[in-house]
Design a protein around this ligand. Structure first.
Ligand code: AMP
Length: 395
């Protein structure tokens, strides 16, 4: 999957269509978190310095093919303009005469931001005519929107059939470097930590990583399906009854492959799914009181996981160890976040809730790579390709 990057082509005096991920949270016209805009700056600034003119396109929210003013990209135009310290032009519709004219008259160093692609149903339908209209702005296409790379939409796949050159931006390149290249050739010991709500969401990831890792740590609600499959009493903890035999098979497969698989030896149980109930650490060999549920991994488990992570040289983490949104049940997740940040290793956070966890723990700067895409990163961790990357030019 060696794909060309913007650095591999000449962009001087060219018009470039860049698919970015500006899907930022906006409340009453104010951007709540500009991380995604900042993440796209290296590609944008590089292209401008090289003398290109840019047409930027993104989606924001889920307007379902209609114009929804709260999901306009207009606030992004202003923030981007501040960050770039230059005027950013804006087209109030991503297709049509007005956008076409502004794009046509762009000079080197100028930037046009198009309105929300998903105001048109044709975007998600990967409609060929709509794709052609988007492609008509530029000869070169750059995809820097990792978060939507697992979707075959007009701006991520369709458009690539109608441009001369199609390459990755720097953000996309970095995601592929860590979520594909590093996983193929990891420094060992290589560990994966998987948690979160369901085994069913992560079966493909577990199966793929079993072929690569030396150690696999399981936490979160997922762990209780595994523990129940081994005959442990997990009380009212979240369990996927239809995945019990699969969980058993995974443990057996891990043994066959020589992967050390770690499951909790104790858990923090609560009498109810809230912070107001009674709580107690309970070993997996003891029976919890009637109706109680496990909402975090236990203290002994945390110690074992931290010790076993100490010598690891590559670590991939996806999914919290407990209901970390509630402080009482966040200890396991926070301990893992802190430990990972202290390791002398390549550390990769595979999107989703573990990203919030490393931010909550205040250790985000010490992580080698924090993925910007939840669904897309899970697909790569499962060893699959992404439709929007497959269509880019090979080196
Ligand atoms: P995922 O999106 O699959 O990574 O799952 C994340 C969600 O799993 C979070 O909202 C957690 O609150 C939830 N979760 C983690 N551990 C547990 C648990 N022991 N019981 C119920 N939910 C959990």
């Amino acid at each position: 999957m060696r794909k060309k990057s913007i650095k591999d082509i000449n962009v001087e005096n060219e018009k470039i269509f860049i698919r970015v991920d500006f899907n930022v949270p906006v409340k009453n016209g104010t951007i709540q978190d500009d991380t995604r805009i900042v993440a796209a700056l290296p590609t944008i600034e590089y292209a401008l310095n090289e003398g290109a003119s840019l047409i930027l396109a993104s989606h924001l929210g889920r307007p379902k093919g209609r114009i929804v003013s709260e999901m306009s990209l207009k606030p992004v135009k202003f923030r981007l303009s501040e960050l770039l310290n230059k005027d950013v032009l804006f087209a109030p519709d991503c297709v049509g005469e007005e956008a076409r004219k502004i794009a046509e008259n762009l000079k080197p160093g100028e930037v046009l931001l198009l309105e929300n692609l998903r105001f048109h149903p044709e975007e998600k339908e990967n409609d060929p005519d709509f794709s052609k209209k988007l492609a008509s702005y530029a000869r070169i296409y750059v995809n820097d929107a990792f978060g939507t790379a697992h979707r075959a939409h007009a701006s991520t796949v369709g458009i690539t059939h109608y441009v001369d050159e199609k390459v990755c931006g720097f953000l996309m390149e970095k995601e592929l470097k860590y979520l594909v290249d590093t996983l193929q050739n990891p420094e060992r010991p290589f560990a994966a930590i998987l948690g979160g709500a369901k085994v069913s969401d992560k079966i493909d990831v577990i199966e793929n990583l079993l072929n690569k890792v030396d150690k696999l740590f399981i936490g979160g609600a997922m762990a209780y399906t595994f523990l129940k499959s081994m005959g442990k009493n997990v009380g009212n903890s979240k369990v996927e009854e239809d995945k019990l035999s699969l969980a058993k098979e995974i443990v057996e497969k891990a043994k066959e492959k020589g992967v050390k698989i770690f499951l909790p030896v104790d858990n923090l149980f609560s009498s109810e799914f809230s912070e107001n109930g009674d709580i107690r650490y309970i070993s997996v060999d003891e029976d919890p009181p009637d109706g109680w549920m496990a909402l975090d991994i236990g203290e002994k488990t945390i110690q074992i996981y931290l010790n076993e992570l100490s010598d690891c040289k590559t670590v991939v983490w996806n999914g919290p160890m407990g209901v970390f949104e509630m402080d009482k049940f966040s200890k396991g997740t926070m301990a893992i976040a802190e430990k990972i940040s202290q390791l002398d290793a390549i550390t990769i956070i595979g999107g989703g809730d573990s990203v919030s966890a490393v931010h909550k723990a205040g250790v985000a700067e010490k992580i080698t790579h924090i993925s910007t895409g939840g669904g897309a990163s899970l697909q790569l961790l499962a060893g699959k390709t992404l439709p929007a990357i497959e269509v880019l030019d090979d080196i």
